[in-house]
Design a protein around this ligand. Structure first.
Ligand code: SAM
Length: 384
């Protein structure tokens, strides 16, 4: 899967345990900030029906591939088409320019933007990505199969990019992986889960929380001011294929300036989280939280207590702590938009918390009539 800030790669086993504590496999889990769909994929594999949602198009595409599409429906076509698209990529003619750099024949707007004006890919790979994306568009496939191929292309492009893992900037000197040739692979699409067919949605979390009921809501919001759309604008463009207006050295999509998330703002975060938690229609909530976020742990725990009525015995909250290394960009240092190193990052480790909230008396959620004992959070927050 793609390099992604805040991806729960290392925490998937702990999240599965937390979900398993409140719902047996076969239940429905609503993932409101699905990102790479790593979590949804693991839940689907464990037998849950997953409803995944994210407000960015590339994330909704990854979810359509990893959560919604079922192996038995798409695998044969996907294998045939991935092989065909690799042949398409291999036909792109790549030459050498006067300065010894790669040049590609017939490159269009994508190659000009991301291998010329900005340098996210070498020219040959940008030309191959463009040729493959055009071929996918020309096929007019049904949505799930198209999402599988787009995921395959996005992951192939991620393996040959020249960044530290975010697209706010590209590296001044080419990354080692950018010299590899683009190669598509068939994504790990899973068979349908015992719990039923999954769904992928392109929605704001607040809208998705109102729309869908589930046994468990998994909540993993952004935790700082950096917009995911700004960090992964090339993926959004690759999926939408809309030749957007672009700006700045990193050639970001113009709509990065308009499509904002309340969760990326220090002032907006707490209110947005409070409204979201209040809107969730599930008897259990699992929440990921980082100590690098806008809210202190005390403040978050106070908020959970208020929203879910812990003191009134309407919910219990428990928590597990995980301490781990920060993402690789933190080790590489801080770079300006030209890819020049302009600073180092102080902390190389962070702490992630997984809160599990059991609610009692949620209408329509199989209320047992049992009341919680108002277990205080914090005291019981153990390390794993
Ligand atoms: C911390 S990441 C989630 C990572 C994901 N759990 C994974 O393992 O890959 C947060 C996600 O929230 C999405 N997001 C940000 N604001 C949102 C909003 N208001 N509604 C829905 N999704 C949002 C971002 O696009 C991003 O994918």
């Amino acid at each position: 899967m793609v390099k992604y800030l805040g991806s729960k790669r290392l925490l998937v086993p702990a999240i599965l345990r937390a979900v398993g504590d409140v719902s047996a496999p076969g239940g429905t889990v609503l993932d409101l900030f699905s990102g790479t769909s790593r979590v949804g994929h693991a839940l689907k594999r464990a037998g849950y029906r997953v409803i995944a949602s994210d407000h960015n198009g590339y994330a909704a595409t990854l979810a359509r591939c990893y959560v919604q599409a079922d192996r038995e429906d798409v695998l044969d076509d996907a294998e045939r088409l991935v092989a065909e698209l690799n042949r398409t990529a291999s036909r792109v003619v790549v030459g050498v320019g006067a300065g010894g750099e790669e040049v590609v024949e017939g490159g269009g707007w994508f190659a000009r933007a991301y291998a010329g004006e900005a340098r996210f890919f070498r020219a040959g790979n940008a030309g191959r990505i463009e040729a493959v994306r055009e071929a996918i568009a020309a096929k007019g496939l049904e949505a799930e199969l198209e999402a599988v191929l787009l995921t395959s292309l996005l992951e192939a492009a991620d393996r040959v990019d020249s960044t530290t893992g975010v697209q706010m900037a590209y590296l001044k000197s080419w990354s080692w992986r950018s010299g590899r040739r683009l190669e598509l692979r068939v994504p790990g699409v899973l068979p349908r889960a015992a719990g039923g067919k999954g769904e992928a949605h392109l929605l704001d979390a607040a809208e998705a929380a109102q729309r869908f009921e589930a046994d468990v809501a998994y909540i993993d919001p952004p935790y700082n001011q950096h917009s995911y759309l700004g960090n992964y604008h090339v993926w959004e463009t690759l999926v939408r294929w809309d030749a957007p207006g672009m700006y700045g050295v990193a050639r970001k999509r113009e709509d990065v300036q308009e499509r904002k998330s309340a969760f990326n703002s220090r002032r907006g975060f707490e209110g947005a989280l409070r409204r979201l938690l209040g809107a969730v229609r599930a008897p259990a909530v699992v929440l990921s939280f980082s100590d690098e976020g806008f809210l202190s742990r005390e403040r978050l725990e106070g908020l959970l207590g208020e929203v879910f009525g812990v003191a009134q015995g309407l919910a219990t909250v428990s928590c597990a702590t995980h301490d781990h290394a920060r993402y690789v960009g933190a080790k590489i240092g801080i770079h300006n938009p030209k890819g020049e190193r302009v600073g180092t990052v102080g902390r190389l480790r962070n702490r992630e918390f997984i809160y599990t909230i059991r609610r009692y008396g949620v209408p329509g959620a199989g209320d047992s009539g049992v009341r919680g004992d108002g277990v205080a959070v914090g005291a019981g927050c153990g390390s794993e």
